[in-house]
Design a protein around this ligand. Structure first.
Ligand SMILES: Cc1cc2nc3c(=O)[nH]c(=O)nc-3n(C[C@H](O)[C@H](O)[C@H](O)COP(=O)(O)OP(=O)(O)OC[C@H]3O[C@@H](n4cnc5c(N)ncnc54)[C@H](O)[C@@H]3O)c2cc1C
Ligand code: SF4
Length: 476
């Protein structure tokens, strides 16, 4: 038996940067996927690494045996977005793999992508039996991102009436507004959003809560509300020059590009930040015609978000293949302009100091200033949830963390009975799989809540599985 991880091929970087939708990774062939799945020794350590506690070895065995339908079903117990996570999940499960030190962890994410891309009709393959729990309470879901849509799926297959309110004109949340097509194909997102909505959930587009529909109306009309609005409020810096032409926040920048707008970025672009969003904004800039793209981050390469992990290494490799440059450990002082348009960034170098907080802190060395000339600056400096639609009196009863996230219990209910929340506005990982895991806990929590309120007769036994996570062993 060959224990080495089957390498994943990359499309030619010089070619792929010419287009916004040429994928980065070449999917495994059937021979490659069978060889890779066969490496799994079934120890199960990966399950603890996965926020949704997916039975990873179970689906590796199914794939090894050529049973894709079984592999798909095992994933669907905890994850209705198999293809999405097969493309872009940061795969923390792989960091737990026993084979990590022994020729590479089993390529769980790539195997997941294979399952999805080779399962043309989910409905037919899954053959989901929809439950009737003896009542049909109504749930309003705010936000059609991965967390809101996963909750819509779990609830509608259990006979709950679901209305999803989405402020934009399409489903997917950051899967379509943030993550670029060259990492996550829009066909994959469409296939999976169409599928989750095919079990009866109704979706209302261009329905922004707080503008088109009021939050207290939802609380009155529905038996429970699930808030899954994601982090859509850009956190801009106060760097002098931030209002110059040519300075963008990454969310606005990526949102416009993903809506088909051609932004003129000029020859050279600087990105401020070091997370998912910074890397995507950098790689998009090449695809918009930039010749030089620099990511400037205040911490060291080994202190960047997500490090250490195999995903952080892959992210850096893919960006470096496309010739993204990096300036680590810097503090921008000013965005320098001419005639109202940005033309450079003045900055200090930082030193990383251990202040005993558990993470080294960047401290600027102020005795020398540096300048880099650029035509565009993109601030990938974070984003927050916008809860301005929640009336003040109600908001007073909802507990929040110091950083502004909503605090929820083990079933993702907030401190306001009947109001549940999940996704980026509640969890600290801020990735898709964590938002999906939240939706599973919340769906189960809502069913228990409805049972307690006498609105349904029973909670399905299969939804209760505390052994491998707080929700269903199987829905089928
Ligand atoms: C550039 C970028 C790259 C990323 N890359 C990855 C990656 O590779 N892997 C990964 O796992 N994660 C990645 N993420 C993070 C991931 O996209 C999020 O963790 C995930 O989408 C969060 O899901 P969610 O359902 O909580 O919110 P979102 O996906 O943000 O969806 C929230 C939805 O709510 C809607 N909404 C907001 N306010 C209202 C309102 N008032 N009324 C009605 N609707 C409203 C929004 O329009 C949106 O559709 C990335 C994020 C960004 C920005
Ligand atoms: S940790 Fe690795 S070897 Fe162990 S079950 Fe998971 S994928 Fe298989």
């Amino acid at each position: 038996m060959n224990y080495s991880r089957v390498p994943i091929k990359h499309f030619d970087p010089d070619n792929r940067v010419k287009s916004l939708d040429v994928q980065t990774l070449v999917p495994y062939t059937i021979e490659e996927v069978a060889a890779e799945a066969s490496r799994c020794i079934g120890c199960g350590l990966c399950i603890e690494g996965c926020p949704a506690r997916i039975d990873v070895p179970g689906f590796q065995i199914a794939v090894k045996n050529g049973n894709l339908a079984e592999g798909l079903k095992i994933n669907f117990e905890k994850l209705p977005f198999v293809g999405v996570c097969g493309s872009v999940c940061p795969h923390p499960c792989e960091d737990n793999c026993l084979l990590d030190d022994n020729n590479g962890p089993v390529a769980t994410r790539h195997i997941k992508r294979f399952i999805s891309e080779n399962s043309p009709d989910y409905r037919e393959m899954l053959d989901v039996v929809q439950n009737d729990l003896g009542g049909h309470p109504r749930v309003a879901i705010i936000g059609a991102g991965p967390s809101g849509l996963s909750a819509a799926f779990y609830l509608s297959i259990n006979g709950i009436q679901v209305d999803v309110f989405e402020q934009t004109e399409k489903p997917g949340g950051m899967m379509v507004h943030g993550i670029p097509d060259f990492r996550l194909s829009r066909d994959t997102v469409e296939k999976e959003t169409d599928h989750v909505l095919s079990y009866g959930a109704k979706i209302h587009y261009n329905a922004k809560i707080g503008r088109d529909v009021q939050f207290d109306e939802l609380v009155q009309k529905y038996d429970a509300v699930y808030i899954a609005i994601g982090n859509w409020k850009p956190s801009k810096t106060r760097t002098p020059g931030v209002d110059l032409k040519g300075v963008y926040h990454a969310l606005d920048f990526l949102g416009q590009v993903n809506y088909g707008k051609k932004i003129e970025v000029g020859e050279s672009v600087a990105i401020i930040g070091g997370g998912f969003t910074a890397f995507d904004a950098a790689r998009i800039s090449f695809r918009l015609g930039a010749k030089k793209v620099i990511v400037m981050y205040r911490r060291a390469v080994t202190d960047r978000p997500g490090y250490p992990s195999s995903n952080a290494n892959e992210e850096l490799d893919e960006a470096e293949e496309e010739r993204v440059q990096f300036i680590w450990e810097v503090t921008p002082i000013e965005y320098v302009g001419e005639n109202g348009k940005v033309k450079g960034i003045k900055y200090w170098k930082n030193e990383m100091v251990d202040k005993g907080t558990g993470r080294r802190e960047p401290v600027p060395i102020k005795d020398k200033e540096y300048l880099v000339e650029v035509d565009t600056v993109i601030e990938a400096t974070g984003q927050k949830g916008d809860f301005s639609f929640i009336p003040r009196e109600m908001m007073k009863k909802i507990n929040v963390t110091p950083s502004g996230d909503l605090i929820v219990n083990q079933y993702n209910m907030t401190s306001f009975p009947g109001i549940f929340a999940g996704g980026d506005i509640t969890n600290s990982r801020k990735d898709i799989i964590s938002g999906v895991a939240d939706s599973g806990r919340a769906s189960m929590g809502m069913l228990f809540y409805f049972k307690d309120m006498g609105k349904i007769d029973s909670v399905p036994a299969k939804l209760i599985n505390f052994e491998r996570g707080p929700y269903g062993e199987s829905y089928y």
